[in-house]
Design a protein around this ligand. Structure first.
Ligand code: CO
Length: 138
């Protein structure tokens, strides 16, 4: 069921500074900042040869990132994202197996459908699944 690692997401307390760290010090190619109001985050993607790093900054009052940053003020790894062939099939299969999706499939970054799985059902990690697409590495 699992395909490629799509990205690792890091919650950051300062998006400008985090972007500058990857772009100006480490020399990585980074995307423009994009607001995802549905997910309560602003994201910047750092493009690596074989995967991406997603920098996450809180957006709006109910951002899921705000609580994380309150507990981890310097930021930290928030989730990782693995591609699957069919997000709706993965969603219903995992529910059958007692793994709790936190949402119905809905568009994430790049407009591709994603789900998040409950960390208590995934060895303490917040896992995102994203439908695989050939244009994921841009
Ligand atoms: Co993500």
């Amino acid at each position: 069921m699992l395909k490629r690692l799509n990205h690792i997401a890091i919650a950051v307390p300062n998006l400008e500074q985090a972007t500058s760290f990857y772009r100006d010090i480490l020399g990585a190619q980074v995307s423009k900042a994009a607001d995802l109001p549905e997910h309560g985050v602003t994201t910047v993607f750092v493009n690596l040869d074989n995967t991406k790093i997603e920098l996450l900054f809180p957006l709006g009052e109910k951002s899921p990132i705000a609580g994380f940053l309150a507990k981890n003020p310097t930021g930290g790894i928030h989730h990782f994202c693995i591609e699957v062939d069919d997000i709706f099939q993965a969603h219903s299969y995992l529910k059958e197996k007692g793994i709790r999706p936190l949402t119905e499939p809905k568009p994430g970054a790049h407009g591709i459908n994603v789900i998040f799985l409950h960390p208590k059902d995934c060895l303490g990690c917040l896992v995102e699944l994203e439908e695989s697409s050939s244009n994921n590495i841009e």
